[in-house]
Design a protein. Structure first.
Length: 43
């Protein structure tokens, strides 16, 4: 049986992580990074 502290941790953080990445998020992040770098270099 899980301890009270373990149960509280699982309630806050979840027993299993639900982190997903998708290619659209990767593409958007890459485009934003490229635009920021280009703007910095052009300045």
């Amino acid at each position: 049986m899980a301890s009270r502290h373990q149960q509280a941790y699982d309630d806050v953080y979840g027993a299993t992580p639900k982190h997903h990445s998708s290619w659209t998020h990767e593409l958007l992040a890459g485009a934003a990074a490229f635009a920021a770098t280009k703007a910095y270099e052009d300045h």
